[in-house]
Design a protein around this ligand. Structure first.
Ligand SMILES: *Cc1c(COP(=O)(O)O)cnc(C)c1O
Length: 368
């Protein structure tokens, strides 16, 4: 049997129709009907606002940070337990990330640590929160803290498209929000992303920057630095086809999570948790090995690997990255939560097309 992957693209028939349409109309370009339609279809799925389809989720985060108008040296509070692409755009814009520890209820930014960070850095005006593995953070508390301190919230919803918090779609809680359609995400355009905002002027500005900042002149004139960040019309066609199956992908991911939870019950490990009033898309199912259990993530990953099953470590926290060794880290715990989750956590195979989940479960059971 072919190697079981962590999370690989799941394609259907419609993607090719939309791609064919781009070929038939010769819109093999950035922009075109698929891009416009993909944006409006995402907006109607999310339930309002404006969208800018981009070449990656990282580009969406970059434009989000740029829209905040950072000055060189400005502090930005960032989730500590996340992928580096959440944070790097802060540095592109000359900002200084300060990492905020995670909590055990959702594995996301801890509101208590965020509050403490504002005591230490009252001048901070931008916060980037990620919804890890598709699980919404404590978005109401985090939004309230940002509001109280007059800071702009950016939601990194790269992993959480279709997750809801108190019935509201993620990707709508920030002033600026980022989605990713990278190959491993819940829906994909092979590579792509989207910036979401309710601010029409911000949307126009992001489109301007993303298309090389061309002044309205009869020739190429530029007053601002620009980027080539727009999504290709061919790839947007893939996205339109994928979006038709987003609910189905989410249902399958949720089923995978439930099967692991039931199948692994009684072992000294626990699934990645979520709040009762949130509905994660369960992009990746993860486990945290109990503190007093001798089994390590590396051993579990190696054992699955020997059986052609791909598992991975949890994202290595940003405050432990060589790149960010000089950045500050704020926690309210003696043992930082993000480091604990990294030390004891594993992402399990969560591929929608997986037929071997029972084998994964028995293999894990056999290790205890
Ligand atoms: C995937 C991801 C990104 C980046 O998206 P790309 O489309 O790969 O650039 C950003 N943040 C998080 C949390 C991600 O998982």
């Amino acid at each position: 049997m072919a190697r079981l992957l962590l999370s690989s693209p799941t394609m259907h028939e419609e993607e090719m129709h939309f791609v064919q349409e781009a070929f038939d109309t010769n819109w093999i370009a950035p922009l075109g009907k698929n891009v416009d339609s993909f944006e409006s279809e995402i907006i109607s799925y999310i339930g309002g606002g404006h969208a800018v389809a981009l070449s990656s989720g990282t580009a969406a985060l970059h434009l989000a940070v740029k829209l905040c108008g950072l000055k060189r040296g400005d502090v930005v509070f960032c989730s500590d337990l996340t992928f580096a692409a959440s944070v790097n755009p802060v540095v592109y814009e000359g900002g200084v990330p300060v990492f905020i520890d995670a909590e055990y209820d959702t594995w996301n930014m801890d509101p208590l640590a965020l509050e403490r960070a504002f005591q230490k850095y009252p001048q901070c005006r931008v916060v980037i929160v990620a919804n890890l593995y598709g699980t919404p953070a404590k978005l109401d508390e985090i939004s309230a803290i940002c509001k109280a301190h007059d800071a702009i919230l950016i939601e990194d919803a790269a992993e959480s498209l279709s997750s809801t918090f108190r019935g509201v779609q993620t990707g709508t809680f920030g002033k600026y929000n980022a989605l990713s359609f990278n190959g491993n995400k819940i829906i994909t355009t092979s590579g792509g992303g989207m910036l979401l905002t309710n601010d029409a002027a911000a949307k126009d500005k992001a489109r301007f920057w993303a298309t090389q900042s061309k002044d309205p002149a009869p020739y190429y004139q530029h007053s601002e630095i620009g980027y080539n960040y727009r999504m290709s019309n061919v790839l947007a066609g893939i996205g339109r086809g994928q979006l038709l199956h987003l609910q189905e992908h989410k249902a399958k991911k949720c089923e995978i999570y439930r099967s692991y939870k039931a199948g692994l019950a009684g072992l000294p490990l626990s699934m990645n948790p979520y709040l009762a009033y949130s509905e994660p898309n369960h992009w990746l199912s993860c486990v945290l090995i109990d503190k007093h259990c001798a089994l390590t993530p590396a051993e579990l990953i190696a054992r699955l690997d020997e059986n052609d099953m791909e598992a991975r470590h949890i994202w290595k926290p940003m405050h432990m990255q060589p790149l960010y060794a000089n950045c500050a880290f704020v926690t309210v715990q003696e043992a930082p939560v993000s480091a604990q989750i990294f030390a004891r956590g594993v992402c399990l195979p969560s591929d929608i097309k997986m037929t071997q989940q029972e084998q994964v479960i028995s293999l894990i059971r056999s290790m205890f």
